[in-house]
Write a protein that binds this ligand. Structure first.
Ligand SMILES: CCCCCCCC/C=C\CCCCCCCC(=O)N[C@@H](COP(=O)(O)O)[C@H](O)/C=C/CCCCCCCCCCCCC
Length: 234
């Protein structure tokens, strides 16, 4: 259950195209981020796959509401989500209950291509690594938004977050395409509106409360992958 303060204030009179789409789809960033809190199993700090996937699905819904220009990004995220859902539904689904159980299972069964993509080109470990890197971008971007000022440009915040995270893993052509698409991002105030959380102050409060959970999921995953030398999977 999301914490009490995470109350969504559905807005009835949004004016922009971005806002209308988000309202129609009932997107609330609060709910999406609460999936990342739910990921964390209390007893042993395992990261639960179903909530992890659910968090990503919510983010993709949000991204789709930003317009077709971001479809190249959401298509890639969707295909990775689908790979993980297929593993979860497969006969080995229980092994994919958490990121920890997935790593243990795939490594033991030699289901991960460690040096070159070959027989197991879409392993769970590799697929989650791509989403994990993107989670770092999200963490940086939302923190920048949280601490931004009225004059901050979302395209600049997004570019900075991208350059400090995902860009390090993308070839030139993807980096250029991503940079161009960032200019199409809505302005800061519109962004805050489409989050569907409430006033700017409410958004800042919500992000301050929710981001530590996203960071915890990121840190635990990073440690897990580092421990097993999986941070550079091809
Ligand atoms: C109100 C604030 C809320 C923000 C919500 C943001 C919603 C974000 C949703 C999804 C984030 C992007 C997920 C992208 C996954 C990228 C994984 C990746 O790196 N894939 C590449 C490598 O995969 P393989 O080829 O090795 O299988 C792949 O090549 C990438 C292709 C697509 C380009 C990705 C560009 C990433 C830009 C990220 C910024 C998105 C900006 C959206 C702004 C809201």
């Amino acid at each position: 259950m999301p914490p009490q303060k995470y109350i969504t204030h559905a807005r009835s009179s949004q004016k922009t195209e971005f806002s209308m789409t988000a309202v129609e789809e009932k997107f609330s960033l609060t709910e999406v981020l609460s999936s990342f809190k739910a990921c964390l199993e209390k007893e042993n700090q395992d990261v639960l796959m179903d909530y992890y996937i659910s968090g990503w699905k919510g983010l993709v819904r949000f991204m789709n509401s930003l317009g077709a220009i971001f479809s190249f990004v959401s298509k890639d995220a969707v295909s990775k989500i689908q790979i993980m859902e297929a593993f979860r539904k497969s006969s080995s689904g229980d092994q994919y209950r958490s990121l920890q159980s997935m790593v243990a299972y795939e490594l033991k069964a030699k289901l991960v291509d460690l040096n070159k993509r070959a027989e197991h080109s879409n392993s769970g470990c590799r697929t989650i690594l791509r989403l994990h890197r993107a989670l770092r971008w999200l963490q940086l971007f939302l923190e920048k938004l949280r601490t931004s000022t009225e004059n901050s440009k979302t395209s600049v915040l997004c570019t900075e977050a991208y350059n400090d995270s995902l860009a390090n893993y993308h070839p030139w052509i993807i980096r250029k395409t991503a940079m161009v698409s960032f200019y199409a991002l809505p302005a800061r105030n519109t962004f805050f509106e489409v989050m569907n959380v409430g006033s700017i102050e409410d958004v800042v409060t919500m992000l301050g409360e929710a981001m530590p959970y996203v960071s915890q999921v990121y840190d635990i995953t990073q440690q897990l992958y580092a421990q097993h030398n999986l941070l550079d999977l091809p």
